[in-house]
Design a protein around this ligand. Structure first.
Ligand code: SAM
Length: 238
């Protein structure tokens, strides 16, 4: 399908989560054709654009400036410019900023076109080996307030649970899961699509001691097996 870029349109473009070749033809065409690219990390996006020989004006759009930048982007869209919004990696809006600009653009009747592609959560789910028919995405867990309640609510969650975690907290989070949920099956997916990709699967009781042997590095997605029907019912009657 050949597609011409429409003026005054916001394109939400998914970009690779590691391997620069994990991008669609359509995404490359859109990035090469819009008037402006709004990027969460302009240096990182430049590496991607250089790889595909794309040279475009860029504007930074990240969580600390989104309140200011979102109305500026909307103004440009109203003035008829076409804008592609990309995040640091993966799908814009999935645990990274996009929401404000999407919301404000919709309020102004600006057309929004999603250009789908990789997301770390789905990439982990694909290969994890836990049920994929029903799942729940929790993103980053609360660090303090609400953390305990979140784990408590997982006791009766029968769907596969997906969590994003940093290398500094992966051991703590797995330990908290073991304490609250017991030894469920988990999948620890690290550095997906990158050189040191690693997907470890098994009961948390055997995964945790293995992980503790070396310092965690890189980016992590954690999958937790949902509660069995039996244990979910037990926890509801607790
Ligand atoms: N928008 C992204 C997406 O579509 O998945 C997520 C952005 S969020 C700010 C970054 C988190 O996603 C990381 O801390 C990690 O938990 C996860 N992540 C991103 N890339 C990853 C990768 N290559 N391997 C494993 N996890 C990754």
């Amino acid at each position: 399908m050949s597609e011409s870029i429409r003026s005054g349109t916001l394109y939400l473009v998914a970009t690779p989560i590691g391997n620069l070749e994990d991008i669609t033809y359509r995404a490359v065409k859109v990035l090469a054709s819009v008037d402006l690219i709004a990027a969460e990390d302009t240096r990182k996006t430049k590496i991607l654009l250089d790889h595909y020989n794309i040279s475009k004006p860029m504007m930074s759009y990240y969580s600390y400036n989104e309140q200011v930048r979102a109305p500026q982007l909307v103004e440009k869209l109203i003035a008829g410019r076409s804008v592609a919004l990309v995040s640091d990696a993966g799908t814009p809006g999935i645990s990274d900023p996009a929401f404000h600009v999407v919301q404000q653009a919709l309020e102004q009747g600006i057309p929004i076109v999603p250009i789908p592609g990789p997301a770390a959560c789905i990439t982990a789910l694909m290969a994890g080996g836990l049920p994929t028919d029903r799942f729940v995405f929790e993103g980053f867990l609360p660090l303090k307030k609400g953390r305990k309640t979140k784990f408590e609510s997982m006791k009766s969650e029968s769907r596969t649970i997906i969590i994003y975690e940093s290398p500094h907290r992966i051991i703590k989070t797995l330990t908290d899961i073991q304490t609250t949920l017991g030894s469920r099956k988990v999948v620890v997916a690290r550095e997906l699509t990158k050189k040191f990709e690693e997907i470890v699967r098994g009961p948390i009781s055997s995964i945790l001691p293995e992980l503790e042997k070396k310092e965690p590095r890189g980016e992590y997605v954690l999958l937790i097996e949902g509660a069995s029907k039996h244990s979910a019912e037990d926890s509801e009657t607790d």
